[in-house]
Ligand binder design. Sequence first.
Ligand code: ADP
Ligand code: MG
Length: 293
Amino acid sequence: MNSTSTGAFSSEVDTGSREENATKQRTGAIERSNRIGDRSSPIVRAIDVCKRFGNFDALKHVNLEVDAGEVVCIIGPSGSGKSTLLRCINQLEQIDGGAIWVNAELIGYRREGTKLYHLTDAEIARQRQCVGMVFQRFNLFPHFTALANVTEGPVQVLGEPLKQAQARGRALLAQVGLADKENAYPSELSGGQQQRVAIARGLAMRPEIMLFDEPTSALDPELVGDVLSVMKDLATSGMTMVVVTHELGFAREVADRIVFMDQGEIIEVGLARDLLSSPRQKRTQDFISAVRA
Ligand code: ADP
Ligand code: MG
């Protein structure tokens, strides 16, 4: 039984406690989304999302929508909440306020009548399958070959027959330029090759969206290009992507929109070219100048 009520949907609570405020805010976010309705159905809709670590506000009322097929790059200084936002979308972190939908499904909660209930771990695991994530560090299984890393999820989680998962795994390794590396172990691959295996592994789960958290920032400079090129192909193929990156050239070329975050807030969102060439906010201008310097 993991069905803890998070409070009445139209509750009148107003005593100022953190949980009550969170409930109110979450309710407000859901009502706002209901008003927006289904005239658009983005892959990600985040409304009024707040995340705290102790007394520190890592995300402050963040609103973001990502449409199907769209590529959104998130830029911003270290500590501005970029990773936290991705981790909330992927339910690696629980949000403290607001609400997030992935593929039109409210994540983390089930609504029954006027109440919200926490989803069970199994339900959260099912929701997370829609979301592929690639981290700065590749997190491959060191004792598995490249192919086994890619087939593990489909076989163990999706229940795909091994032969079928292997055939698809080989195709995905070919797609990331590693057709000849299926039997290599991570220790036998360069950082860039490991990251490309990690991308293939994410794709193997047939996600609706891929999230990338600084996928090239741990790589030697000469290995960055191959990984960005795989991501660019993926974007061209129509995959919905959210990419946290400091690679402004990549963002300009591949992103539809760029989001600039600072201190837990989205400061500015714009079409890639506009935001990079003529940012409106001073903080965005300063950041872009500093990265380019
Ligand atoms: P970014 O990815 O933009 O560099 P993060 O999202 O990682 O920033 O972090 C935002 C802020 O939240 C930072 O100040 C960071 O120290 C803090 N933070 C992130 N994760 C945790 C955590 N698990 N516990 C405490 N503070 C955290
Ligand atoms: Mg980060």
